[in-house]
Write a protein that binds this ligand. Structure first.
Ligand code: SF4
Ligand code: SF4
Length: 392
């Protein structure tokens, strides 16, 4: 047994590479009808690009069989951290495979660096607090526009992708929260840190997590709502994992919508006569176990016909954007989405919908790039198009 240096990041999960993986390769395919499930392995068709191979890399670099060379960059960083391998693997470490890959990335960043373009995720944040490098929005204009208070029970944590790339999703969410009478406000956000954690670049995450929690506390909020699957997973799981636990209640926007429907506080009054298929975001589905809530909401929208893609729920094919792939391997990210759009097309739907701005961005980019006649809409954008009666 190799002794793992106590100072190594993610030591506990790295140890699993020695003790638990039995090299069976079950992680390469979903156990349902033996469908391909790993975008990385299917693209590069080499053992190191599947989860099983990445676990061998961990063993190799830790026991000294494998040298840290730049040849390892692509096998380590060309992975969307979609978690399909976690779902397929039947061994006891299954739930930790993505954490193992992220821990390997932390080590790689120290030894050989991340994939070239992924460095921008940190440098842009250092310049303007978001990974897109756009001038930082402190959200004061939005607060004025929506007449939001300084202090409130809820904070809507917009997230960088909605605030800088998917403003229609952000605005649909703002309008929904106003319409249903939620007492909420906005804070001057820093990135939630998800892109940095996924790519093993941890230098600023402590500061950012502390800063965001401090801003939420200043706003007097006890509840946080986000319309981003990535922010939701990070605020719920990663803040705690990296020592920033809090007693805040974290909601994805669809959880609030479902609660309001269940409590009979809202009712959908107009029809949305379209055929829609739902893409499960990896960060909401496999990483957080939320599969049925969005479907239950769609089924309550009059006129909306929900059809399923062949690979759905925990078997869903990734959109291709996560884990730093969108910035690190942009052409490949579009190819992964193309496969998802082709599958969506087979259902006869005219709209592919999701509950994550990052999925929306990559699916939309791919639809444009490959000339798909397909609308890509978030759940909140669909709700924005129908009449909602708010009950007192
Ligand atoms: S990660 Fe799981 S499924 Fe993959 S080779 Fe190891 S034990 Fe088998
Ligand atoms: S997280 Fe997704 S892309 Fe990465 S190894 Fe697992 S299945 Fe493949």
């Amino acid at each position: 047994m190799v002794e793992i240096d106590d100072s190594l990041i993610g030591k506990d999960v790295l140890e699993m590479a020695f003790e638990r993986c039995i090299k069976c390769s079950t992680c390469k395919y979903s156990y349902k009808e033996f469908e391909k499930s790993c975008p990385s392995g299917e693209k590069f068709l080499f053992e190191s690009y599947w989860a099983s191979g990445r676990i061998r890399i961990i063993r190799g670099v830790l026991n000294g069989d494998l040298e840290w060379t730049e040849d390892l960059i692509d096998p380590i960083f060309a992975c969307t951290t979609c978690g399909a391998c976690m779902d397929a693997c039947q061994a006891p470490h299954a739930d930790y495979i993505v954490e193992m890959i992220e821990a390997l990335r932390e080590l790689a960043v120290k030894n050989i660096g991340p994939a070239e373009k992924q460095k921008f995720l940190v440098s842009r944040c250092e310049d303007s607090c978001n990974p897109y490098g756009d001038p930082n929005s402190d959200n004061s204009e939005l607060k004025k526009e929506y007449n939001l208070p300084e202090k409130a029970e809820w904070v809507y944590f917009i997230g960088c992708t909605s605030n800088y790339r998917q403003k229609s999703l952000r605005d649909s969410t703002l309008r929904f929260l106003k319409k249903v009478g939620i007492d909420f406000t906005l804070i001057d956000e820093h990135c939630c840190t998800s892109p940095m954690i996924r790519t093993g670049q941890l230098s600023i995450i402590d500061d950012y997590m502390g800063y965001n929690l401090e801003q939420i506390k200043k706003a007097g909020a006890t509840k946080v709502i986000t319309s981003c699957a990535g922010c939701y997973k990070t605020l719920t799981k990663d803040f705690k994992r990296f020592g920033h636990d809090s007693d805040l209640e974290i909601y994805h926007s669809l959880e609030l919508v479902k609660k309001l429907l269940d409590d009979k506080k809202i009712e959908f009054k107009s029809e949305f006569n379209k055929t829609v298929t739902y893409h499960d975001p990896c960060h909401l589905g496999r990483h957080m176990g939320v599969y049925e809530l969005p479907r239950e909401i769609y089924k309550q929208i009059p006129g909306l016909k929900l059809v399923e893609m062949k690979r759905n729920r925990n078997f869903a094919w990734c959109c291709g954007a996560g884990g730093g792939v969108k910035i690190g391997y942009p052409e490949w990210a579009l190819e992964v989405s193309k496969e998802r759009l082709e599958e969506a097309k087979e259902t006869g739907a005219t709209i592919i919908t999701s509950t994550c701005p990052f999925c929306k961005t990559n699916l939309s980019d791919s639809a444009t790039h490959y000339n798909f006649d397909f609308q890509v809409l978030d759940l909140m954008e669909i709700l924005d198009q129908i009449d909602i009666e708010v009950k007192s």
